[in-house]
Write a protein that binds this ligand. Structure first.
Ligand SMILES: [Fe+2]
Ligand SMILES: [Fe+2]
Length: 138
């Protein structure tokens, strides 16, 4: 993978981090029902962590000589709380998949600092997915 290809891939990841933060903020405010009471606070935590990921990615992109995007990927909303959690889980599973791939690509490039930063994000995405799976009883 070339430097330019990595910058492009990280910029796509960045659009998805922005979208995840926006989606979590909206879902945290809209989620209802006693069984999701605890999850509501967790969604706010997730929103803040996604913003942290976006900041990290933007720094890494500029460190590689790229320009961090301000584009935001598609956001998903629903009327039903369970459906919202499912939308969030889908995003997290996609993030886990992408960052596993990205860590390997960074290592192959010899970009070990980048690989480490992406691993830290990956660990948090795995936690996010587990939180949502637990809330959904999966
Ligand atoms: Fe994230
Ligand atoms: Fe996440």
């Amino acid at each position: 993978m070339t430097n330019e290809e990595m910058i492009a891939a990280l910029n796509k990841d960045l659009t998805l981090e922005y979208a995840a933060a926006v989606q979590y903020i909206q879902h945290a405010a809209m989620v209802t029902g006693a069984k999701y009471q605890a999850m509501q606070k967790e969604l706010v935590v997730h929103a803040n962590e996604e913003i942290g990921h976006a900041i990290l990615l933007a720094e890494q992109i500029s460190g590689l000589g790229g320009i961090p995007t301000v584009d935001v990927a598609e956001r998903f909303t629903a009327d039903d709380s369970t459906e919202m959690m499912k939308q969030d889980l889908e995003g997290e599973r996609d993030a886990v998949r992408r960052y596993k791939e990205r860590v390997g690509q960074a290592r192959d490039m010899g970009e070990f600092g980048l690989a480490r930063a992406l691993e830290d994000i990956l660990i948090m995405e795995e936690e996010h997915a587990r939180d949502l799976e637990a809330a959904l009883g999966l």
